[in-house]
Design a protein around this ligand. Structure first.
Ligand SMILES: Cc1cc2ncn([C@H]3O[C@H](COP(=O)(O)O)[C@@H](O)[C@H]3O)c2cc1C
Ligand SMILES: O=C(O)c1cccnc1
Length: 354
């Protein structure tokens, strides 16, 4: 019997329509022409509905980076060697990674979950050892994971959501670290969206044209082996990665517990897409931070009907693009919660002007 977290099979809660109406009315009453704060208004209204509150906030922010290695690296699909995954875990803990710097700057809590790396990772503060296997199997030739391994990864993600809820976190950011994971993400997105490898495979950490063409052929082999099954659990087992499955589990787990999720780039968006395939109502809980420079991201965002807040040419992962968008959400909440209304400030509204 597979042991799946409840959020895999149960629908996430619906946003609170009363709070949405109240927040929409409040935006109309604040001292500004209606709609003049653009998408910041919609963000505050969405957060008020999801958090079931008059005073939305994103603090405290929780960032969890999930790390795992990919057997498909033996096909030469990344510009970087596989040992970088374990080395970066140490860098996250040491404060030197991009997400470490951003988390500190945002005053967000950062945790790292190691789901399985080929390289040794010593015991480190802030790093949880939840290793499933040293790496997934090579998805070009066989299923990347067993269904039991997928369940273990989903459960790790769900446990991260539980910790975020227990800590009173009001916004969740998931990050990825796993050399080779843009190959897995492309294969997953191709299988779910019935796309060709050419349309979704990109340079990742920096492949040249010949490298991208080789990577496309690897994804093509994987898709031929996989067939046309779009069941999320089957697709994850066939083409996924430990960190991607854990991200899906975390995103579903956060929604189930009433925590909105700020989605990062290509990898996290594919994890979110899997979650939406499994539970379409998950879509309500997702805010999209940025458009990654990885070319396949645009197609994945389109499938999710998502218009990200930023387009900065970033293509790092780790949750970094989402972290950069947090100040926008903070601004949206501060404006919503603290601006004066026309009545309070004695400013004439459109309707009362003579
Ligand atoms: C030093 C370094 C830090 C990273 N942080 C995130 N990634 C990102 O790049 C990798 C995916 O790209 P590909 O599929 O081409 O290997 C993942 O580890 C992802 O998290 C990094 C990559 C490197 C090299
Ligand atoms: O957008 C991402 O998530 C991404 C892009 C390239 C490499 N790693 C992650």
């Amino acid at each position: 019997m597979l042991s799946l977290p409840p959020s895999w099979t149960q629908q996430p809660p619906k946003p609170d329509t009363l709070r949405i109406r109240q927040a929409t009315d409040r935006q109309q009453a604040l001292t500004k022409p209606p709609g003049s704060l653009g998408r910041l208004e919609q963000l505050a209204v969405q957060l008020a509905g999801l958090q079931k509150t008059e005073q939305p906030t994103v603090d405290p922010v929780r960032i969890t980076v999930f790390a795992g290695d990919h057997g498909v690296c033996e096909e030469g699909v990344s510009a970087f060697p596989q040992e970088v995954t374990a080395q970066m875990i140490a860098n996250f803990a040491g404060g030197g990674a991009a997400i470490s710097v951003l988390a500190k700057q945002l005053d967000a809590s950062l945790e790292v979950v190691n789901l399985g790396t080929v390289g040794e990772v010593p015991e480190l503060p802030g790093v949880r050892d939840e290793q499933i296997a040293p790496a997934t199997a090579n998805l070009a030739v066989t299923n990347a994971m067993t269904e039991d391994q997928v369940c273990a990864a989903l459960a790790s993600g769900d446990a991260a959501a539980e910790r975020a809820a227990d800590a009173g976190c009001r916004l969740f950011i998931g990050g990825d670290m796993g050399i080779g994971n843009t190959t897995s993400a492309a294969a997953l997105a191709c299988a779910l969206l019935n796309q060709s490898p050419e349309s979704l495979v990109g340079p990742g950490t920096g492949l040249d044209t010949a490298g991208i063409s080789r990577k496309s052929q690897v994804v093509d082999r994987a898709l031929k082996r996989h067939g046309d099954n779009t069941d999320p659990l089957t697709v994850l087992a066939s083409l996924g990665g430990f960190e991607i499955a854990a991200l899906t589990g975390a995103i579903l787990g956060c929604a189930a517990r009433g925590i909105p999720v700020l989605v990062d780039g290509y990898i996290v968006s594919v994890a979110a897409l899997l979650g939406v395939f499994q539970q379409p109502a998950l879509r309500d809980w997702l805010l999209f931070a940025h458009r990654s420079a990885e070319p396949g991201h645009a197609r994945v965002l389109e499938a999710l009907d998502a218009k990200p807040l930023l387009d900065l040419g970033m293509r790092l992962g780790e949750g970094s693009g989402a972290a950069v968008a947090v100040p926008l959400l903070r601004a949206a909440c501060a404006l919503h919660n603290n601006m004066a209304s026309f009545a309070d400030a004695g400013v004439s509204n459109k309707d009362t002007a003579s």
